[in-house]
Design a protein around this ligand. Sequence first.
Ligand code: NDP
Length: 463
Amino acid sequence: MATYDLDLFVIGGGSGGVRAGRLAAAMGKRVAIAEEYRFGGTCVIRGCVPKKLFVYASQFPEHFEDAAGYGWTVGETSFDWPTLVANKDREIARLEGLYRKGLENAGARIIEGRAVLLDRHTVQVGAETLTAENILIATGGRPNPHEALPGREHCIYSNEAFDLTELPRTIAIEGGGYIAVEFANIFHGLGVETTLIYRGKEILSRFDGDVRRGLHEAMEAKGIRIICQDIIEKVEKRADGRLDTQLMSGNVETFDKVMLAIGRLPNTEGLGLEKTGVETGVKGEIRVDAYSRTSVENIWAIGDVTDRVQLTPVAIHEAMCFIETVFKDNPTEVDHQDIATAVFSQPEIGTVGLSEEDAARRFEELEIYRASFRPMRHTLSGRQEKMIMKLVVDASSRRVVGAHILGPDAGEMAQLLGIAIKGELTKDVFDRTMAVHPTAAEELVTMYRPTYRVRNGERLYDR
Ligand code: NDP
């Protein structure tokens, strides 16, 4: 039998790679993990974590406004962007340190540098060449550079948005997905005049129609400009540094910054995959089976590089299934069913399971339970923002197949609803569940009568 330097070589120190490397090393396996930039990957360094910190920062102006109804007088306020960026950097450095320490304590060898595959068992990093019985590719993704757009070199992507030297006065963001919507709210909250430009009819195309419309209206009510059914066709830099932005509709508008957030591409270029026989798909994503095994028996891939579901907890789950399969003799398929997720817009979206639209295609008859109300905290603040809660129920099995929330703490609620939906609970169990009062979430267990039914795609209202 061939002998190798290592049991496992992990390429990429993001959420998925670090989890797999740490668990394997903790089992006593000989593990090395290579990272060319910073440990923590997109999530920690330029994604979920700094984004959420920026979301918090951008919410303060509304908190200050809301305070008046509760009797508070807030004095003059001001915001300092460099302070936020510096504090965010400090927190990221702390988290990066924890990721490294976790690997080191488990006994994994950390290699700083870009790894390239030489063959199906051999990896080169700088001057060093190592062989490994198993190789795990967890190299993540990067913003789609939008090659076809003339003037894209003048634009920024989410990576740059985290480290701008100063806040722009105006910004246009192209895209209608998670990143575009979240950053539109962040920039607006921080006082930037913000325009969102989306090619489709309604933002967040894969979400439930009610929360999409509800969020669109709420964002516009705050003062975010949303242009749908349009795209940016050209960006030109003027002498004063501002950007003339030509839209398909014919309008030319000028912004300080233009941000592109039109999806992310897998990081597979220059990895040496062609020397191993690992197959890739049209976007360059690594093709894997249900166990995250590539077309080459000893090479595995997890996380965004596989372009299955681009979410941190999914990459971590895939890493844990990989460990079970490869090192614990317990083949474990990755379960991508009913993943709860949140969009950290303002108001927030929390969702799990099927949208009404998707469920209507799958089930003959649905019961839809829907409530729209002003959350209690806004009664005194006077803010008009409405909260939406919606349960999608398969009428024949009574199973709750989708839950969608728009409003404060929606992400927190989606996490718990995820358990109920994963557990295939019926609406009757929701009905038997005692409410926690006074909360907004109690609405989820007190909607006793369907708002309407959906039969063969048609909405039917009970009299
Ligand atoms: P998304 O896939 O969410 O959205 C991409 C958007 O860009 C869509 O609105 C899409 O339109 C639009 N688009 C695609 N191609 C073009 C084009 N050529 N011209 C104009 N518009 C285009 O990607 P994001 O970049 O927002 O985020 C990447 C991934 O990161 C997400 O899918 C998500 O999985 C993850 N993420 C998760 C977060 C969270 O959990 N809160 C936060 C941020 C990111 P259309 O809908 O019509 O296809």
